[in-house]
Design a binder for this molecule. Structure first.
Ligand code: ATP
Length: 609
């Protein structure tokens, strides 16, 4: 704040001037000693003082004024102010014309800024001159700084700047650092005293910083923002420099605000990594599905199966969702689901598959819907994208849906209703558009009866139903499947095994409780293990042991060449077959074999059962 400097001399001067004729030397006042006349007083004033007549002719100009304006010994009295000091012309003219005092007017000289008060000199009704009284702005500032209100304001400002959790730098118009706050010291790893008073160019030269936004503001004259890496503290700062302008529109200060972006940057990096990983997964999934479909053509000769294929293609072409595929284990439900996806408009998006029975109940929700960082003890640091999110735009295949726990059924139903869900421990709803295909070998209406499956979910999931018959109900498919897999595994293992028509015929009489999966495994085993190129005897000899009534373990006949892993494998397979004969579901099998359900599912798959 610049206090108004009152021209103390003015009243007496005016009185005197009006008393005398025109601008003769002022006479000494009665109350003052003879030697101190008004001119002396004016001469010793700390402000610069110039008086002119109505035409702008200088009548008085004091010593201070000469010093401040660098006039030297030149006596400007009697000269036109408009010519000798043209920078005062606008104020003098305005004051003469308007006849009013003009206070706190500013003028810039080459070196300084002057704060001027101009007062008209009146005689009777007319204005006979002007008196100018000016100070250098800096002098006023020094004076102002000493005032109590300035000090108070300064303290307030220091508190505000100091309290800011953002870093703050203030530079003057030349880029000299005026002040920085504590937050900035910490963020930049510097001490205020090492930078205050220094020029930003110098700081850059000394390699204290690799860039500073102040230099950009000085160059452009407008607000600038940069992202700055601070090597010393390993932080990333978002720096915004804003110019503050004076009344003439010139830059007076540059205020720089520094916001710590490190955490945000870390989060962004994690997000990017996550996104890349998800994209990679998606690509791999699509690729895998494509590959699988190329390898796994649906082989069928039976009318029943052909009808199902035609229906499934229709559903694929209309982009149907909520398809329920029923059928015993190994009949090809998964294969059909993939084929529907591959023939739909979603084919270029992921096909994501989950076996609801193979994943422990407490992990299934996290697997399906994902979780946020710290959602539960042991939750990974950055959380996890669920399979629903991975299936965005594609198809989510819920295998063994009948084994989905009731609490999850509710969450699934909610998703199917509004296509939104929340990750475990999450607060944000995530929108995912994907088709769902479910499959089960269980009797869902029966589960509904037993209150083990929600009725509403059953109807929601089964907008379209496809029921695949067991292989023994479509024996026509067996020869084609045998040929297909024989060719496939001959190629894979570089063999040339073959089967006679008779052997194939014999195989059609076999019940294949493990359906196509079992047939496929028998052929693969034959191609790999049979000593002869003709598989007939291998297939007929193993046929009995494929369908045992009781577990019969082929223990090694001699103590030589014992292959423990292979023997254990065989025992495991036979026990699984026995268990399956006695149990309807994998849950029952898990109780029968005294292992958990997910292990049952895994082992059945391992043995191709
Ligand atoms: N018609 C078919 N043509 C060729 N291969 C088939 C056919 N049906 C099934 N398969 C093959 O049989 C194996 C089992 O099929 P799939 O996994 O689709 O059965 P599933 O009914 O889903 O079994 P589960 O209920 O145990 O999950 C797969 O390797 C699949 O490629």
């Amino acid at each position: 704040m610049i206090p108004e400097v009152r021209p103390l001399f003015f009243h007496s001067t005016r009185r005197k001037l009006s008393r005398n004729k025109r601008y003769e030397q002022a006479k000494p006042m009665n109350s003052l000693p003879q030697i101190i006349n008004e001119k002396e007083i004016i001469e010793h004033f700390s402000s610069g003082i110039i008086a002119t007549d109505a035409d702008g002719i200088i009548t008085h100009i004091n010593r201070r004024c000469k010093e401040k304006l660098n006039i030297g010994g030149n006596d400007l009295t009697g000269k036109s102010i408009f010519q000798v000091l043209p920078l005062f012309q606008p104020i003098v003219k305005a004051c003469l014309k308007q006849g009013v005092s003009l206070t706190n007017q500013t003028i810039k000289t080459n070196h300084d800024q002057l704060v001027i008060h101009a007062n008209p000199i009146r005689h009777r009704q007319s204005i006979i001159g002007v008196v100018l009284n000016f100070q250098i702005a800096e002098t006023l500032e020094i004076f102002a700084r000493k005032s109590a209100s300035y000090k108070k304001l300064n303290r307030q400002l220091e508190t505000i700047i100091g309290a800011s959790s953002d870093g703050i730098w203030v530079c003057d118009s030349r880029g000299n650092v005026v002040t920085i706050n504590g937050a900035s010291e910490k963020l930049n790893g510097i001490k205020a005293e090492d930078v205050i008073g220094k020029n930003v160019a110098e700081l850059l030269e000394n390699k204290n910083f690799d860039q500073l936004v102040t230099t950009k503001v000085l160059a452009s004259g407008s607000q600038e923002t940069i992202v700055q890496q601070i090597k010393k503290t390993n932080r990333v700062l978002l720096c915004t420099g804003t110019p503050a302008r004076d009344e003439n529109g010139d830059i007076a200060l540059i205020v720089v605000n520094e916001r710590d972006m490190t955490e945000l940057e870390n989060l962004r990096d994690q997000f990017e990594q996550h996104k890349k990983l998800t994209e990679k997964f998606k690509e791999e999934l699509s690729e895998q599905t494509r590959r699988e479909l190329q390898d796994n053509a649906i082989i069928t000769e039976s009318t029943l199966m052909k009808q199902i294929l035609v229906k499934s293609l229709k559903l694929a072409h209309i982009g149907a969702s909520n398809i329920l595929i029923l059928g015993a284990s190994g009949t090809g439900k998964g294969l059909l689901a993939k084929s529907i996806h591959q023939n739909s408009i979603r084919r270029n998006n992921p096909f994501v598959e989950i076996n609801c029975a193979a994943i422990p109940e407490n992990l299934l929700e996290a697997e399906l819907f994902g979780f946020e960082k710290g959602a539960f003890s042991g939750a990974a640091e950055i959380g996890k994208v669920g399979l629903f999110e991975l299936a965005q735009g594609g198809t989510l295949f819920l295998d063994e849906i009948g084994d989905m726990p009731l609490n999850l059924q509710t969450k699934l139903l909610k998703y199917l209703d509004d296509k939104k869900f929340r990750r475990l421990g999450g607060t944000k709803s995530i929108h995912v558009e994907c088709a769902t295909i479910s499959a089960t070998n269980r009797d869902l209406p029966e589960l509904v009866e037993q209150n083990l499956f929600r009725e509403d979910l059953y109807y929601r999931l089964s907008s379209f139903k496809l029921e695949i018959p067991s292989l023994c109900e479509r024996k026509d498919d067996i020869p084609g499947l045998v040929r297909f897999y024989l060719q496939k595994y001959n190629k894979k293992y570089n063999r040339s095994k073959w089967i006679s028509h008779n052997a194939v015929k014999q195989l059609t009489n076999y019940s294949f409780p493990g359906n196509v999966r079992e047939l496929k495994n028998i052929i693969e085993n034959g191609v790999v293990l049979s000593e002869d190129d003709n598989l007939d005897s291998y297939l007929t000899s193993t046929e009995d042991s494929k369908d045992p009534q009781l577990p019969s373990f082929n223990l090694p006949q001699s103590l030589h060449n014992i292959d423990l892993p292979a023997t254990l494998d065989q025992v495991e397979r036979q026990l699984l077959l026995t268990a399956r004969k006695h149990c309807k579901t994998t849950r029952e099998m898990s109780a029968f074999l005294n292992i958990n359900q997910s292990t049952v599912v895994r082992k059945l798959q391992k043995h191709g059962l």
